[in-house]
Ligand binder design. Sequence first.
Ligand code: HEM
Length: 140
Amino acid sequence: MNNETKAIIKATAPILKQHGEAITTAMYKVLFEKYPQTQELFKDASSDQHKKLANAVYAYAANIDHLENLSKGIEQMASVHVKTHVLPEHYPMVGDALLQAIKSVLGDGASDEVMAAWEEAYGFLATVLMAREKELYAQL
Ligand code: HEM
């Protein structure tokens, strides 16, 4: 991730944090409407799941220069994902839904540049998670 991308992420993260609940609510709506096959994975999800995913996205944004701070969180997310049978093919679906939700909340602020930065940031985090989950699945 280049410095420009990181700067955009840091500048827009507070706005997303402010609208955290709205973003995740919109995200799950898009996800389940567009990709109903993902709904099954969330059947045992706790009611605070929305907040957790939102928090993870902002924690990531806030720590974009210090990704080592996130290793504990990555480990926890990967372990829950493996327990709930999340697979690599699901990541583009969540990415699509999340980016659409971010776009609707940022409104006029959702320039091509800003959206490209978040797409890259999501892709980066997704890659880290998928790699760790692959290792965990192999150990089962
Ligand atoms: C970069 C992308 C993602 C992030 C940041 C993320 C983040 C999180 C976090 C923070 C949790 C809560 C872990 C805990 O309970 O301690 C979680 C749980 C979960 N995630 Fe993800 N996730 C991502 C991608 C995905 C994808 C692609 C799917 C599949 C559709 C998915 C499905 C789930 C499910 C089913 C749970 C467990 C819900 C429950 O039973 O409570 N996640 N995720």
